[in-house]
Design a protein around this ligand. Structure first.
Ligand code: 5AD
Ligand code: SF4
Length: 480
């Protein structure tokens, strides 16, 4: 699931008197575009920079370093970055006139795709670092400080995760009770619309030891819910303790043994890689939340073939039936593309029919956008913009209706809610249902991290409302 929103990671806590916890430290502002994997990467970069005295700030004005952690998945991504860089150039000039230096770095998938071109078009940029080399970011910044502009977009031979520092416990705590953990990167599927295999490279899985170690540290820092991330997460594979082959299902069984870890999720999956072990994990593990993001992209077999998805609608529906048989309360989510080259009215109607058949709890849908370098960009029959827009509107209306219908089925039920953070209203806490919905409930801030029973009383566009029924002692956070 990739969203177009920009996220700024929360800064380190300031001391009461307004000073920062590290005097004379430098400040970094990180703007994160795109998917959860970028959110995770931004956190890891922030931890890597902490060693060089950088603290995060939410105020770009006071930043000594601004990083744009970019996304390249859909149209105009690079242009958006260049226009943001234009604004940063002006800020850099203004600060320089006041005798303050501000460095600018571009990281993420646009950095990978554009490389040197960024230095050429945006002379204010000091460093350009790809997703596989950001462990070298502190070194690149040191070189940039000596006047050398750095582009590092190699696929590093060394494992970046081996070279990245772990977060301090206090930082993990400050980041909240839910966390991402990247277990897999890259993609070998080569869907014909997608840039990921080119920007993130081929599939790489992190080792069981690395993942378990990171999960233990997160839980020790108060994290109660971990979402395992990968561009194609269910292609993750590794070795078990006796050298046996493990798939994502095995990894989930292992992680479910970690005391204090209450919830597990994973995203994003490809239908071809949903093996029986993974489906079994959904049946057996209460820790594994009953929610699955399983993109299908289109409901037309012709289009699925042209997209190189390597499965049919019948296979997808059979898979869904199998997953639902294993875990009847599972909520399904998906991604859809409308207006892929050659998509006819009938193909689009087939997509609507598939959506009706599946009944999604949530979904993301996009107009096809041509990505340079992908096979889809070469295809003739591009669909006119107005038709794409009309189809998207119809599809989104149907998906939204399904989302509301799903939310309505929750009303009156008592559900487990993980209390996450203070809400907008005093006394209100925002929690998360097993099906990834936000739930607003009156509770105490000291209960953040607890999983409590909430009776759902109502719904709004994107969240649920509920009232506390009782708190089960056995489910209390041990690390709060
Ligand atoms: N055009 C539109 N949507 C795309 N996605 C990926 N590439 C494109 C593209 N070229 C969507 C897919 C994918 C999600 C992350 O982004 O639906 O699952
Ligand atoms: Fe892109 Fe397809 Fe790989 Fe997903 S599975 S990252 S859509 S190529």
């Amino acid at each position: 699931m990739i969203k177009d929103s920009a996220i700024t990671i929360a800064p380190e806590t300031k001391l009461r008197d307004g000073s920062s916890s590290r005097p004379n430290s430098r400040k970094v502002f990180i703007k994160t575009y795109g998917c959860q994997m970028n959110v995770y990467d931004s956190i890891r970069m922030s931890d890597a920079l902490a060693g060089d005295g950088y603290e995060q700030t939410e105020d770009m004005e006071e930043a000594d370093l601004v990083l744009l952690n970019t996304c390249h998945i859909r149209e105009k991504a690079a242009e958006k970055v260049y226009s943001a860089l234009g604004r940063l150039r002006d800020m850099k000039k203004r600060k320089a006139a006041d005798g303050r230096e501000m460095m600018i770095g571009v990281t993420g998938c646009v950095a990978q795709a554009e490389g040197e071109e960024i230095l050429r078009r945006a002379p204010a940029v000091d460093v350009v670092i790809g997703p596989q080399t950001y462990h070298r970011l502190p070194e690149a910044l040191r070189r940039a400080q000596q006047g050398q502009r750095v582009v590092d977009t190699e696929y590093a031979i060394e494992d970046k995760f081996e070279h990245l520092p772990s977060a301090e416990k206090s930082k993990i705590k400050a980041r909240g009770v839910t966390a991402f953990l990247t277990v897999q990167e890259g993609c070998d599927k080569f869907c014909t619309f997608c840039v990921v295999p080119y920007t993130r490279g081929s599939e790489v899985s992190r080792s069981v030891a690395q993942i378990v170690d990171e999960a233990l540290k997160l839980v020790d820092g108060g994290v109660r819910e971990i979402t395992l991330l990968g561009q194609n997460v269910n292609a993750w594979h590794g070795k078990g303790p006796r050298g046996e082959e493990w798939s994502l299902g095995d990894l989930l069984y292992r992680l479910a043994e970690i005391p204090g870890l209450a919830r597990l999720r994973y995203t994003t999956s490809h239908p071809r890689d949903m093996d029986d072990r993974l489906i079994g994990a959904h049946r057996d593990l209460r820790t594994l939340m009953p929610y699955l993001h399983l993109p299908v992209q289109s409901g037309s077999n012709r289009i699925l073939k042209a997209m190189n998805r390597r499965h049919t609608t019948a296979e997808y529906l059979a898979l869904i039936a199998k997953i639902r048989a294993a875990r009847p309360d599972i909520a399904l989510s998906g991604d859809f593309i409308v207006g892929f080259p050659g998509e006819t009215d009938q193909d689009f109607e087939d997509t609507l029919r598939l959506v009706e058949d599946v009944a999604y709890a949530q979904a993301f849908s996009f107009k096809y956008s041509t990505r340079p370098g992908t096979p889809g960009a070469e295809l003739k029959d591009q669909v006119p913009e107005e038709i794409k827009a009309q189809r998207l509107e119809r599809l989104q209306a149907l998906l939204l209706k399904q989302q509301h219908e799903f939310a309505e089925t929750c009303v009156g039920k008592v559900v487990d809610v993980l209390l996450e953070k203070p809400g907008r209203m005093p006394g209100q806490i925002i929690g998360r249902s097993p099906w990834l919905q936000s739930v607003n409930v009156d509770a105490k801030a000291s209960q953040i991290g607890d999983i409590i029973n909430v009776r759902i009383t109502g719904t709004s566009t994107n969240s649920l409302f509920g009232e506390v029924v009782q708190v089960s002692d056995t489910q209390r956070s041990s690390t709060a």
